[in-house]
Design a protein around this ligand. Structure first.
Ligand code: ZN
Length: 180
């Protein structure tokens, strides 16, 4: 299994002009023999014809990390960290963790759902998200996870979240004294 993360181009795929921070763009992905190829276009170059035969088309604002760094930093997100640690795994429990974390990030509006494949005969369901922070495109795969696998993933996710939000070092120290 291969997970690909497509970043936005630095320049328009048609005219070659470099994008500026927060410029409105239109992006498409094409499904070429199992891999997703991404193209990004400026408003002047976009037309509907470029969206023909694509897997998905969406609009976004270009995110320039160097400009954004001069703005207030994004809040550290334990959920996002857990997601990126799990999404590249090939273990089913890790994929369940990534799948659930992605759904929560979507509720927090950190991830935006771009497209969900829904062909019933496929073994692996593909969900495509845009990560608003860092302007990445992420594929999340659901290899027909069962309810039990999702439940196991949910427990792992909750444990990791608790671990990141409350580091265990200090809490353990005082516990013995309180008991005696
Ligand atoms: Zn252009």
């Amino acid at each position: 299994m291969e997970i690909k993360i497509g970043k936005c181009s630095q320049a328009c795929g048609a005219c070659g002009r470099a994008f500026v921070h927060e410029e409105a763009l239109t992006s498409v992905v094409r499904l070429d023999s199992q891999t997703l190829a991404r193209e990004d276009y400026c408003a002047a170059c976009w037309n509907g014809g470029r969206g023909a035969d694509t897997f998905s088309v969406w609009s976004l604002k270009f995110y320039d990390a160097q400009v954004a760094e001069q703005q207030p930093p994004e809040i550290f997100s334990p959920l996002r960290q857990i997601f990126y640690n799990a999404v590249e795994s090939e273990e089913r429990t890790e994929l369940a963790v990534a799948y659930l974390a992605a759904q929560l990030l979507r509720r927090q509006k950190v991830f935006r759902l771009i497209k969900e494949s829904d062909e019933g005969e496929q073994e692996i369901k593909l969900v495509l998200f845009a990560d608003r922070i860092g302007n990445r495109l992420i594929e999340v795969r659901d290899p027909n996870l069962s309810y039990a696998e999702l439940e196991a993933g949910r427990k792992v996710l909750m444990e990791r979240l608790a671990g990141l939000e409350n580091p265990p070092n200090e809490a353990e120290e005082g516990a013995g004294d309180a008991q005696s």
